[in-house]
Write a protein that binds this ligand. Structure first.
Ligand code: SAM
Length: 432
């Protein structure tokens, strides 16, 4: 495969192309890489760049210069698969690198066109770029480091460049799990010992240990990667083992009620029980509690549950029985916390939910699982009825999850709809 790079600073590539595996790939004739300086594509006294139209300072590489670079390089190596670089491009990922390696190999010529200054004229990107790539939500001075990143990432996917091909196949971000932890000599360093199992020589045990560690690391530190990945049933089960136990309580006491939003109680609704129980089951919540201090409300709820949790309910509708069998009635939040503590041996971390934004350090987004799970405790998600949880309950919680909202001013989701969205965002799989 021919790789050509049209750049303003080709001197940057000299040491890069002469080093390590990038050098070896060329020595083994797996690829040939050359750079073309864009200054060689301008006539004497012609400028490579020009100011942008409209207010706002900035210089762009002129489209005609890029056009000439493309013509020159395609004349030498044939039609190219052309990649431009921009922070607004599609972010490089391991799977995109694989696609690029495949397309470039098929075409036989990969051309990289990193920009400088304020970037490229929009028309030349439209006309010439097969793809525009970014390397993160950040802005660099130029596209040369992104081009080198793409090269390093892509070259190691070309057979023969990296010694052990299976190690490439199992790399982080090639599947749902990131790589397992690795260790080398000495066995004890700073008081930390390399786990016995991986020194045991027992390959089956080592594989199992690695698989478990990779799953654990992915859940605890790369949950967003994991939940957006395609998983086998086994991988899903393995990951689920490392998600801390979650519980949900629907608060009917200690909530704001009435037009004056005083602290009071609300009535239990069977539709909430059905729907939140089904959501809880879907997302792996261990138990769903209903909390009300009112004895008559508890009696109504118990009557309802006694049908669904017993044989008659199971015979009438097995799925509803399965969902509702883990619903429990409690008279207060304290009772719920005590029940979870008894079961898990640890008090749960309390996550309030609210339709209003909280600005303090307790505020949590749906990207903050790591912050909560690092406590290594069970998690209790509190849902409010009426106008929401009372300030005293929110005060008691360790964190407050932000509101579920759309691009509108309407902010009146039913608690069962909000519960489904909350659980989906916090625990749900959303394959990319
Ligand atoms: C200063 S940047 C231009 C930024 C542009 N004004 C914007 O905000 O999108 C100049 C060039 O550096 C490269 N570059 C900068 N950040 C990048 C990133 N995150 N990914 C890929 N290329 C990047 C691109 O080639 C870009 O055209």
């Amino acid at each position: 495969m021919n790789i050509s790079i049209a750049t303003v600073f080709n001197e940057l590539y000299e040491p890069f192309l002469r080093t390590s595996l990038v050098k070896r790939a060329q020595e083994r004739d797996l690829v040939s890489i050359e750079t073309l300086n864009l200054f060689d594509c301008v006539k004497p006294k012609e400028r490579i760049d020009a100011p942008t139209f409209g207010p706002g300072a900035g210089m762009l590489i002129k489209p005609v210069v890029v056009e000439r670079a493309v013509e020159t390089l395609e004349k030498q190596h044939g039609p190219a698969f052309k990649i431009f670089f921009s922070p607004q491009g599609k972010k490089l990922t391991q799977s995109l690198l694989k696609q690029i390696a495949h397309k470039a190999t098929q075409k036989g010529h990969l051309m990289l066109l990193p920009a400088r200054y304020a970037g490229m004229d929009a028309r030349v990107e439209k006309e010439e770029a097969d793809e525009i790539k970014a390397v993160g939500d950040l802005v660099l001075m130029g596209g040369d480091i992104p081009a080198m990143m793409l090269l390093e990432g892509m070259l190691r996917l070309i057979p023969g460049v990296v010694g052990k091909e299976e190690s490439v196949r199992e790399d982080s971000f090639s599947g749902p799990f990131v790589d397992y932890p690795e260790f080398t000599e000495p066995v004890i360093w700073h008081g930390m010992t390399v786990p016995e199992v991986i020194r045991s020589g027992n390959h089956k045990a080592i594989d199992e240990w690695r698989y478990n560690e990779a799953a654990k690391k992915s859940v605890l530190h790369h949950f967003y990667w994991l939940k957006s990945s395609a998983m086998t049933t086994d991988q899903k089960k393995k990951a689920a083992r490392y998600i801390p136990p979650h519980y949900v309580v629907l608060m009917h006491g200690d909530v704001l009620v009435g037009p004056e939003k005083r602290v009071g109680t609300t009535s239990i609704m069977s539709i909430d029980i059905h729907d939140i129980a089904r959501s809880s089951c879907t997302y792996g919540v261990k138990q769903f509690f209903l909390s009300t201090p009112l004895k008559d409300q508890q009696a109504i709820a118990n009557h309802f549950l006694s049908f669904w949790q017993k044989k008659a309910g199971a015979e009438y509708n097995k799925q509803r029985h399965d969902a509702i069998k883990e619903v429990r009635i409690a008279s207060s939040l304290d009772e719920v916390i005590a029940a979870i503590t008894k079961k898990e041996g640890k008090e749960p971390v309390l996550l309030a939910t609210s339709a209003r934004q909280t600005g303090d350090e307790k505020a949590l987004t749906y990207y903050d699982q790591e912050r909560v799970w690092e406590h290594q405790k069970p998690v209790l998600i509190l849902l409010g009825t009426g106008h929401g949880l009372s300030p005293a309950v929110i005060e008691r919680c360790d964190y407050v999850l932000g509101p579920i909202q759309g691009f509108t001013d309407f902010n009146h989701l039913s608690v069962r709809s909000a519960a489904a969205a909350i659980l989906d965002r916090w625990l749900g799989i959303n394959e990319r």
